[in-house]
Design a protein around this ligand. Sequence first.
Ligand SMILES: *[C@@H]1O[C@H](CO)[C@@H](O)[C@H](O)[C@H]1NC(C)=O
Ligand SMILES: *[C@@H]1O[C@H](CO)[C@@H](O)[C@H](O)[C@H]1NC(C)=O
Ligand SMILES: *[C@@H]1O[C@H](CO)[C@@H](O)[C@H](O)[C@H]1NC(C)=O
Ligand SMILES: *[C@@H]1O[C@H](CO)[C@@H](O)[C@H](O)[C@H]1NC(C)=O
Ligand SMILES: *[C@@H]1O[C@H](CO)[C@@H](O)[C@H](O)[C@H]1NC(C)=O
Ligand SMILES: CC(=O)N[C@H]1CO[C@H](CO)[C@@H](O)[C@@H]1O
Length: 710
Amino acid sequence: MHVFSLFLFLLFFSTSFAATDTVPEGSSLSVEKPSDTLISSNGDFSAGFIQVGDNAFCFAVCFTRSNPPTVLWMANRDVPVNGKASRLSLWKNGNLVLTDAGETIVWTTATVSSSNLHLKLRNDGNLLLLTSKHTVVWQSFDSPTDTLLPDQKLTERASLVSSRSATNFSSGFYKLYFDNDNVLRLLYKGPTLSSVYWPESWRLPIDAGRSTYNVTKTALLDSFGRFSSSDGFHFRSTDYPNKLYRRLKMDPDGNLRLYSFNQETKTWQVTWQVIPQPCTVHGICGANSMCSNHHVTGRTCHCLKGFRVKDPNDWTQGCVPHFDPSLFSCQSPQPMAFLHLPTTESYGYDLNVTRVTSLKECQDLCLRLWAFELSTIFLVWFFLLRSSKNPEAVEQQKHLLSATGFQRFTYAELKSATKGFREEVGRGAGGVVYKGTLYDNRVAAIKRLSEATQGEAEFLAEIRTIGMLNHMNLIDMWGYCVEGKHRLLVYEYMENGSLADNLFSNALDWKRRFNVALGTARGLAYLHEECLEWILHCDVKPQNILLDSDFEAKVADFGLSKLLNRDDGGNGNGNSNFSRIRGTRGYMAPEWVYNLRITSKVDVYSYGIVVLEMVSGRSPMEMQSLENSRGIEQRRLVTWVTEKIKHAPTSAFWIEEIIDPNLEGEYNVSEVEILVKVALQCVQDDMNQRPSLSQVAEMLLSHQNKLLPR
Ligand SMILES: *[C@@H]1O[C@H](CO)[C@@H](O)[C@H](O)[C@H]1NC(C)=O
Ligand SMILES: *[C@@H]1O[C@H](CO)[C@@H](O)[C@H](O)[C@H]1NC(C)=O
Ligand SMILES: *[C@@H]1O[C@H](CO)[C@@H](O)[C@H](O)[C@H]1NC(C)=O
Ligand SMILES: *[C@@H]1O[C@H](CO)[C@@H](O)[C@H](O)[C@H]1NC(C)=O
Ligand SMILES: *[C@@H]1O[C@H](CO)[C@@H](O)[C@H](O)[C@H]1NC(C)=O
Ligand SMILES: CC(=O)N[C@H]1CO[C@H](CO)[C@@H](O)[C@@H]1O
């Protein structure tokens, strides 16, 4: 079916020349006349018929400054009208009525008034029925579709419901609403299942910072980018407090996003969204399928092996069996096997909650239940697959596991992938890194840990934590191997090497350096603050910051302190192996030396040194060779920079003295200033004076965007 693009709407509106914002009583707007369109007096909004499909029209309010215009509200999203003889009429009795093809009433405000009414499109996008004394009889702001505008109240009766897709405006599956316990929630309401996915159902409202007692049930967005709700939920957009055109939209993909309008590009930009990990939205991939998220390619849905997608253009319909389900019954047992899906979570109700004591018992029970309930099989943790003897089975298992993005390799596989551990590409904390090619031709960096003293169970527990991490500025871990005494980690391979290599080969211009500084701060901030478990890196240095082909920073070697079973060494004074274990000379915070409490601030310190190195092109190792046996050698680089700043009359002077000569004068003075300023805050002796890495990222970002004057 032909779907009309929004581009058509633009033509629609631009050919219209009606300059009125008001419809008087007793008159109407016709679908056949493009000029029958209301324009708000400031020109920002329009109200009229728009085409939504083949001979299908809806009456809508749009924002006209964007290109294409943005649909904000619809009267009849679920019952489009015919392109012939349909009209919106304001009857003499005060009722506003939308009729399809001259007869059927498809929508009405159901208003009655003895006084003389008029319909008006106001400058804030609100469409109102007003009396001559300007009393509001009805307003579109009271019945939003999927969008909330600044100063429009979200209430108990006014929820936001997503559209079906980006091109189909009819009611979709996702809803933002006030629940009976006064809490603002997001609900997935599919054809057969419904469930709340925000706030997380396993969390008590109080733990999510919500109050369940305030019966007010209102929420409001203002044009400065602040949203606040009576249940205590509130947020600010990243561009707060700029006064801009904004809209909060329940998007068809189940995410709630705040957009602000960019006057230059005439497009909307996301300045806040509620769900950071898109796979946590319920129902997005439908039944019998799995959702996975990749920082580059984004969210993808995969059918489980043996199933095929019902409609490739609409994954919410999920997958259907690609085999004859009747073959899988107790009566005609086929060779079957269970497949393990690691790091996969299923949500929803459990078909049958029964205590079992062994995996075998669980599998047997599952088989029996499965015989009569095929469609819900994926609410259980193990998934049935045909024929374990089938040579395809191994391949199928690999396919499934790689779909989840994390897998266990055998030692033999990794040995063959690296051709016997031949090509060494790095050497660092705890082991040597080899380049290898996996069975599916992915090029991997495979690290063989040398200190394999940790037990298998412990190793697996840690690896699971690390395997869950997912951030564009952290290197991706694809899998691991634990077999006998062997412990190996498999990572994505970075063709462009490390920050150290690139600084050395002078491949980084200023823009890239600044971006690497920002990316590194973000990756580390994620480790420190957003992980399920608090993870310290403890060895931040240019060798551990890898660069992808776009020179985006990817922090590597995190979580190793957990895997290497290092002795806590609380009183590690004088232990000569201390520095090798805990970090790298030149980048280590004074806490290590003075045996103080180790916190995330040790990474902040090392980060500061790395930034100074990126700006000056001087490694702290090189600087320290002059002054060796002292405790805190890396102070040399810091002292050197501080002295230059102290004795320079203006910043232009010290910048010229410390900047890496390899940049050949090509740099941005104000960015150098902020980087050095931030780096010096990071390397303060007192760890409490150092900012957190998320504060660092925020300072760099807001400087770059010139958002907030600091
Ligand atoms: C929009 O989605 C609804 C509900 O799924 C469907 O009935 C309708 O045919 C779709 N409209 C178009 C134009 O595809
Ligand atoms: C309830 O919420 C409203 C709106 O946010 C607020 O003004 C009011 O103070 C709240 N009442 C209580 C008792 O917290
Ligand atoms: C769950 O399974 C057990 C074992 O098959 C069965 O006895 C029990 O009746 C089932 N319960 C429900 C609620 O289906
Ligand atoms: C330091 O490590 C090396 C090699 O792992 C080892 O031979 C040496 O005994 C260690 N020294 C101390 C003081 O632990
Ligand atoms: C320097 O960087 C700042 C912030 O990133 C930017 O606003 C400014 O335009 C840049 N100056 C030059 C000359 O590129
Ligand atoms: C310095 C360096 O290694 N640059 C390479 C980064 O990656 C791109 C794309 O793979 C190559 O074209 C560069 O040569």
